[in-house]
Design a protein around this ligand. Structure first.
Ligand code: ADP
Ligand code: ZN
Length: 298
């Protein structure tokens, strides 16, 4: 019989809990809003324990892909904590500890974007690749990098949504929306930034609105920065804003333009539409990624 795993996509807005053996074997799923740490973690524990009891099974492991910033360092005293988030109640709160003590199974813990990257690498758009990146452009902007087959952590973990981009205030006077940096990547193109800039939710903007060209411009600047930094074999762009699929060809064209012939690979120069791609797991990348993380413990 297949091993059965638990997964949590721990978001700042909602938690998605799932029980599965793989992408086509999802046995149960529950979503609830992220309230206080205590209440939210309690609900997750109750979901997994009820499933185990009712089905008389034991989960082999749990994977947790979480919003952050968080502490991903297993040797640290605060491993598994959410650290400096502005989200009320969650600053310096222990997410992993109470899951461990209540579930008593092995747990893999990482950022939400690393989890999604791991899922896309195992079953999705980056299958078979050792070096690739996954970005979400949604409520915030976050990036996960798989380098030599492993998620990159470094000192803490990358915050790729907060890089600074060239921003000509004469051409584009929008000051940005990041509470820390104003016009960083996230401050310019995350959903809330687009809402502030255009005065209406991004999903209401017509697809031929000239604003999309500007959005693609900033995303392409970021892509050229990340291609130069990490030399990924592929880049996956997900999240609510990327539901606007008209962005892809604009991003392709501008990324090539901004690299300006310097990175000499046919993968980019001739096949960029296969290089910067949407997630294959769609909006399941996060929750399936958490299952993939749990599976990787075996
Ligand atoms: P989260 O980042 O919270 O996990 P999403 O990736 O769905 O969730 O991102 C939500 C953000 O994306 C919101 O700001 C929303 O306005 C924006 N968004 C959602 N769907 C679309 C769409 N079809 N087009 C443009 N923006 C969208
Ligand atoms: Zn920022």
């Amino acid at each position: 019989m297949d091993r059965i795993f638990g997964g949590i996509e721990a978001g700042g807005t909602k938690f998605v809990c799932v029980i599965a053996s793989g992408p086509n074997k999802i046995y149960a799923e529950e979503r609830f809003p992220t309230t206080t740490p205590q209440e939210t973690i309690q609900k997750a524990v109750a979901f997994f324990n009820a499933y185990q009891k009712n089905n008389n099974i034991k989960l082999s492991a749990l994977g947790v892909g979480s919003f952050g910033p968080l502490d991903p360092n297993p040797t640290s005293k605060t491993f598994g904590f959410i650290t400096s988030t502005p989200k009320p109640g969650w600053k310096n709160s222990d997410l992993l500890g109470p899951l461990k003590s209540n579930l008593n199974i092995p747990i893999a813990f990482d950022t939400d974007v690393n989890a999604a990257a791991i899922g896309e690498g195992l079953w999705g758009a980056a299958k078979g690749l050792d070096n690739f990146m996954y970005f979400t452009i949604g409520t915030g902007v976050g990036g996960g990098a798989i380098i030599n087959g492993k998620p990159l952590h470094g000192l803490l973990h990358p915050e790729m949504g907060h890089i600074r981009l060239k921003h000509d205030l004469n051409f584009d006077p929008f000051e940005g929306n990041c509470p820390y940096h104003g016009d960083c990547f996230e401050g310019l193109v995350a959903g809330p930034a687009l809402q502030k800039r255009f005065g209406q939710p991004a999903y209401n903007l017509p697809i031929d609105h000239p604003g999309w060209d500007l959005v693609a411009h900033y995303i392409a600047l970021a892509m050229s920065d990340f291609i130069c930094s990490f030399s990924p074999q592929r880049i996956i762009l997900g999240g609510g804003v990327m539901q606007q699929t008209q962005l892809f060809p604009l991003i392709h064209e501008k990324t090539i333009q901004y690299l300006n012939g310097y990175v000499q690979s046919p993968v980019i120069l001739e096949n960029i539409h296969k290089y910067i791609v949407p997630p294959k797991l769609g909006n399941q990348a996060g929750m399936l990624g958490s299952i993939a993380m749990a599976m990787q413990l075996f």
